[in-house]
Design a protein around this ligand. Structure first.
Ligand SMILES: [Mg+2]
Length: 260
């Protein structure tokens, strides 16, 4: 496990000294390596331990912010009770036991049913693609099919969903997601910052949807892109394994800062 590079190390040292720290983390591709079957994803042991260590520190809040539906996120991430959860890219949130579950309006529910029907028809036309139903959306998964089939199915779904007024369509890695609740990870981070009163935020993500999160970071925050691809994040690490070193170092620095 190699140490973070010099610039990132300096940013972590500065971040660790903030009054109230929010550590907001994407799950898949950040805490967990990407896997063929989404239900098989699990956090790397070192990263899970670092998150637990951070969550146990005073004035330090941990949060997972994922495209997964909340139920799915809980199943794979097994978060400790202190960790706040944002699922479905911001459409679902869990910030404590008194939180109301997501309620769709009648129009949203109707629109969601039509979006599901549209994606069902796409899956029927492109065998091997898969549909995932979420509380506020529906996802076309193309990870298991050849690149030409994936491209054709994605184009087909984009066209069908484009006919539905009020459906927000988002691209991800081997997924096309339709949501009837208009939100994104940037809004999720804004909400968490406000809720927690954080004076600085660390946000890490690996996918195109995480760019909305990097875009709302402020001076003093630290954004880390995990893996390859264009990004607005100020820092980058190569892999979830490399990110374990970052989280471990942040937990060490933060423990020292709050003890001092
Ligand atoms: Mg991800």
């Amino acid at each position: 496990m190699s140490a973070p590079d010099t610039e990132l190390q300096a940013a972590l040292e500065s971040l660790a000294g903030t009054g109230k720290l929010l550590v907001a983390l994407d799950f898949d591709g950040v805490l967990s390596p990407l896997v063929e079957h989404a239900e098989d994803a699990r956090p790397l042991d070192g990263s899970a331990a670092a998150v637990r260590a951070l969550a146990a520190l005073p004035d330090t809040v941990t949060a997972f912010i994922s495209g997964r539906a909340l139920d799915s996120l809980r199943t794979v991430a097994t978060p400790d009770p202190e960790t706040l959860l944002i699922g479905s890219h911001g459409a679902e949130t869990w910030t404590g036991p008194n939180q109301e579950p997501l309620q769709l309006t009648a129009e949203q529910a109707q629109l969601l049913a039509r979006a599901r029907t549209a994606v069902e028809s796409v899956v029927a036309r492109h065998p091997g693609c898969r549909l995932e139903a979420k509380p506020a959306g529906v996802v076309l998964h193309t990870r298991s099919v050849s690149a030409p089939v994936a491209a054709a199915a994605t184009e087909d779904a984009r066209r069908e969903l484009g006919l539905l007024d009020g459906v927000q369509v988002t691209d991800g890695k081997s997924v096309l997601e339709a949501s009837v609740v208009h939100t994104n990870k940037g809004e999720g981070i804004r909400a968490l910052r406000k809720l927690t009163g954080a004076t600085a935020v660390l946000f890490a993500g690996d996918d195109v949807t995480d760019e909305r999160g990097f875009a709302v970071l402020e001076p003093g925050d630290v954004g880390i892109k995990v893996g390859t691809g264009d990004t607005g994040a100020a820092y980058r690490v190569a892999s979830p394994e490399a990110f374990t070193a970052v989280l471990t170092e942040l937990a060490r620095l933060r423990a020292a800062a709050v003890a001092g």
